[in-house]
Design a protein around this ligand. Structure first.
Ligand code: SF4
Ligand code: SF4
Length: 330
């Protein structure tokens, strides 16, 4: 579906500049931006993927991943197509870098589906929700009116003004922080580290629940000393921000073998020196997925795959043994 886009400015001779993400594409009449889903037609910027769904499913909230936001619940998860970054290792490249088959829906239908399935949550995920900004905004506004909480799974590569607007109806965010190396960001992902750091700070300052994911890409962003700078930086915001270190598998244009288990564990251990809640994703080892109290060591949440058991948390999200606050949304 084609809709006029938000966030652009007119230049001259029907040329416009999109101001949604830090690429700030300057588009002559008839041209699309780097994301491939925003187009100048006659001096007006249009979004080309409004309501064009590529998937819709009920998922465990842990799959997003979100480990400290209503653990053990299910969330309606939707995606469209397109992305403003071009990661060579993209795990969802069929929908982020190509135009796939779609099903057309409107925001009212998505909210109705969530309610029919008893889901109190909607996740905007799989491909980059920033490039279906208008659909996310419309749907999240409607959903919030119905008491549904909105979750954004994003690369965080967005300009401050649109992010500020979106955060008014978003309740939780997981941002992909693709390491701590500007060159890696530019060469392997076509993004910018500093812009993503700014988004992380904005989400935190807005009081929106925040978790961070870093996919460990062999011979890409896996230098432990460099990653330690990332861990220190996150800790300087808040050492309680959950960090998901995720195992890479070969995909799209990146052919290195999967991240070795020992590498992930050494990175995990370095991260734990600075952060209170660190998890390893795609390793399927309970030890690295459980939540333990950072103060008294009590097992709080046991995770085996997507089976989740709240064993040591009280109704206010505190450790039952020492009363340390763990789940801050409660
Ligand atoms: S959202 Fe798309 S068109 Fe707009 S600046 Fe980013 S890449 Fe360019
Ligand atoms: S930001 Fe995410 S969806 Fe976009 S190309 Fe990178 S990995 Fe794929």
């Amino acid at each position: 579906m084609v809709r006029e886009a938000l966030f652009y400015e007119e230049l001259n001779d029907n040329t416009i500049r999109c101001t949604l993400c830090p690429h700030r594409c300057v588009l002559e009449d008839g041209k699309k931006g780097i994301c491939g889903v925003r187009m100048n037609r006659g001096g007006v910027l249009y979004t080309l993927n409004y309501g064009e769904l590529t998937s819709i499913a009920m998922d465990p909230i842990e799959k997003k991943p979100l480990f400290h936001f209503y653990p053990g619940t299910e969330i309606l998860s939707i995606s469209t197509w397109g992305c403003n970054m071009k990661c060579k290792f993209c795990q969802n490249w069929e929908i982020s870098q190509q135009r796939p088959a779609v099903r057309r829906v409107d925001p009212e239908r998505i909210v109705r589906i969530a309610m029919e399935h008893g889901s109190k949550f909607i996740a905007y995920t799989y491909n980059e929700p920033i490039v279906w900004f208008e659909f996310v905004l419309d749907t999240s506004r409607l959903a919030a009116k119905e008491g549904i909480r909105n979750v954004l799974i994003t690369n965080g590569f967005i300009e401050p003004e649109p992010l500020k607007l979106l955060l008014q109806t978003i309740h939780a965010v997981n941002i992909d922080l693709k390491g701590f190396n500007e060159e890696f960001y530019r060469k392997e992902c076509l993004g910018e580290l500093e812009a993503v750091k700014r988004s992380i700070e904005m989400v935190y300052e807005a009081g929106v629940h925040l978790e961070i994911t870093t996919l460990i890409v062999p011979n890409g962003n896996d230098n432990v000393n460099e990653l330690e700078e990332e861990f220190k930086w996150i800790a300087s915001i808040d050492p309680d921000i959950p960090l998901h270190i995720s195992r890479y598998f070969p995909n799209y244009k990146y052919t290195e073998p999967p991240t070795p288990k020992e590498k992930l564990i050494s990175i995990y251990e370095r991260a734990r020196e600075h952060l209170n809640f660190v998890y390893i994703g795609n390793l399927w080892d309970e030890k690295y997925e459980n939540t333990y109290c950072p103060d008294c060591g009590e097992l709080l949440i046991r995770r085996v795959g997507y089976d989740v058991e709240l064993v040591g948390i009280d109704e206010e999200g505190r450790c039952k043994r020492c009363e340390r606050k763990i789940l801050k949304h409660l």
